[in-house]
Design a binder for this molecule. Structure first.
Ligand SMILES: Nc1ncnc2c1ncn2[C@@H]1O[C@H](COP(=O)(O)OP(=O)(O)OP(=O)(O)O)[C@@H](O)[C@H]1O
Ligand SMILES: [Mg+2]
Length: 511
């Protein structure tokens, strides 16, 4: 039998909203099969159907040719199907091993045999090249490591088919390379993979075939060796996509953000921002390039009031704002698209409409005399949802039920709409499809053209080079170089980010 999994003519509705409309996906044994589609196209929904989290209204699923009824994830596991979710499902306070064996505990004499489990975990992790510390606590390990734990969890349960839902969206470039390697090893060990990703480069690099869906409908399946990124992009979006954003010269004016001699400690008390200086002017986009863990997260947290700074100064339009409350900082004219949209961006159990006024609900016209005016709130929400193309069944849908990329678009819409003097965008296009990325880049440039200051932090060097007017390279908590994007290259940035000095990296005029 050629196919290990067949999903035939699947239909899935949510209260009348059709998320999957007659979709077919057939997975061959030993292939990496990419699933591509815009934000909200229905990719996660389709995979949740395969994993038994949702029941389809129509269609058939076959495993090795046999029709099956996957009514819950345990049945999926028993059929050899494992899933690494878009948002991890680990217990923070448990160890790596405890998370992996959760629900599958081996007991001896009524007690959990943790030692045996740790040995098993170590065996599997060595076999598949997934280095982890079986005893580490989840809250102490990096996101990349947590993802390995999710993968190990599926392998421990005997998965033959592994579904990856946007695994690289949360990873650094180095971790992505390692993940690609891990997937190739899984294939060598006889597994088959379904990979959801918005990164066409990744599809071109590791996938054998690619199924494209658009607005809930199947568009077709192509052989990756016979296609290219442009064709994939237009198949999914239904139009040509421009990969390079057009923009005119910046006309920088007064200093909006001035950070001087800033020192910030991380959660373990280690100083990770070390006497940092940074200026962002009205009418320019400054991009921060750096390897993860060089202080960029703590810098942003300090500017936005989410983390205490030890020393230095943070001025907005000449006014000192260091160690003020997040609300005070927001109201002084700072907008923030946060890196972690679940922790800092959205209240998941609120309707998406109410999430659109999280910073402004206490102001007119959204409330008066302490009473919320829901009519105005939802009117605003509706217009932002249209403007930013947030694909949701309605403005009353809970934020939790929106697709990952549409949650992100909602946050961006809310923050841009407030028209802040300083807009801080941390990994703003993480998890977005190519069309949405194009749109967001245009909006950031538009803010700049309207005379606002924009601070962009991104691990995507393409994005930094494409969008910024100036690039500030952060290394060990300091800005070590400021370069002109037109006069630099990914190679030079890479060297600067690794701490080599400007002379070695190639000299450029200061901007
Ligand atoms: N539990 C739910 N209730 C209501 N609507 C839902 C639910 N889950 C998903 N949807 C809707 O179904 C559509 C498809 O969502 P899905 O999460 O499958 O998209 P996706 O292709 O994975 O997008 P992304 O790339 O942004 O992750 C979206 O419009 C979403 O809002
Ligand atoms: Mg998804």
């Amino acid at each position: 039998m050629e196919y290990v999994i067949e999903m035939l003519n699947i239909r899935k509705e949510f209260n009348g909203f059709v998320a999957n409309d007659n979709i077919t996906l057939q997975l061959k044994k030993g292939e990496i099969h990419a699933l591509l589609g815009e934000n909200g196209a229905g990719k996660s929904t389709l995979m949740n159907v395969l994993f038994g989290l949702y029941q389809p209204e129509q269609g058939e699923i076959r495993v090795k040719g046999n029709p099956v009824n996957i009514t819950n994830p345990n049945i999926a596991n028993d059929l050899g199907i494992g899933m690494v979710h878009q948002h991890f499902m680990l217990v923070d306070t448990f160890s790596v091993t405890e998370n992996i064996i959760l629900g599958r505990e081996i007991t001896s004499g009524g007690r959990i045999d943790l030692k045996k489990a740790e040995r098993d975990v170590r065996d599997i992790s060595e076999r598949y090249g997934l280095a982890v510390d079986p005893q580490a606590k989840i809250s102490d390990i990096s996101v990349g490591m947590q993802q390995r734990v999710e993968i190990l969890k599926t392998l421990y349960r005997g998965a033959e088919i592994v579904i990856f839902d946007e695994p690289s969206a949360v990873l650094t470039p180095q971790e992505i390379k390692e993940l690609m390697q891990i997937m190739k090893t899984l294939i060598k060990e006889g597994k088959s993979i379904i990979l959801i990703t918005h990164k066409l480069k990744e599809i071109m690099e590791v996938a054998d075939r690619c199924t494209v869906i658009r607005k809930g409908k199947g568009i077709g399946t192509v052989n990756v060796s016979e296609t290219n990124p442009n064709e994939l992009a237009s198949l999914m979006v239904g139009r040509e996509v421009v990969f390079k954003t057009e923009k005119k010269e910046a006309t920088p004016r007064n200093n909006v953000l001035e950070v001087n001699d800033l020192t910030v400690k991380d959660s373990r008390g280690v100083s990770v921002v070390n006497g940092l200086d940074l200026t962002v002017k009205a009418g320019e986009i400054v991009g921060i390039a750096g390897v993860d863990g060089n202080g960029q997260s703590e810098l942003i947290e300090a500017i936005t009031g989410l983390r205490k700074a030890e020393n230095g100064s943070i001025k907005l339009n000449g006014k000192e704002l260091m160690n003020q409350t997040p609300r005070k900082i927001t109201e002084s004219g700072v907008g923030h698209i946060p890196q972690d949209r679940h922790k800092h961006g959205l209240v998941l159990n609120f309707p998406i409409g109410e999430n659109m006024v999280l910073q402004t609900y206490n102001k007119r016209p959204f409330s008066s005399n302490g009473i919320l005016n829901f009519k105005e709130i939802y009117k605003k929400a509706k217009s932002l949802i249209t403007e930013f193309d947030v694909r949701t069944p309605s403005e009353y849908t809970l934020a939790r039920a929106l697709s990952g990329g549409n949650q992100q678009k909602a946050i961006i819409g809310r923050e841009v709409d407030r028209n802040p003097d300083l807009l801080i965008a941390a990994q703003p296009t993480r998890g977005l499809d190519v069309g949405a990325i194009e749109f967001i880049h245009k909006r950031l440039i538009e803010q700049r053209d309207n005379g606002k200051a924009v601070l962009l932090v991104s691990f995507e060097l393409d994005e930094i080079l494409n969008v910024s007017d100036k690039i500030a390279v952060i290394y060990e908590g300091k800005i070590v170089a400021v370069v002109n994007p037109k006069e630099t290259s990914e190679e030079e940035l890479g060297l600067l980010m690794a701490g080599s000095n400007r002379k070695e990296a190639g000299e450029h005029s200061h901007v």
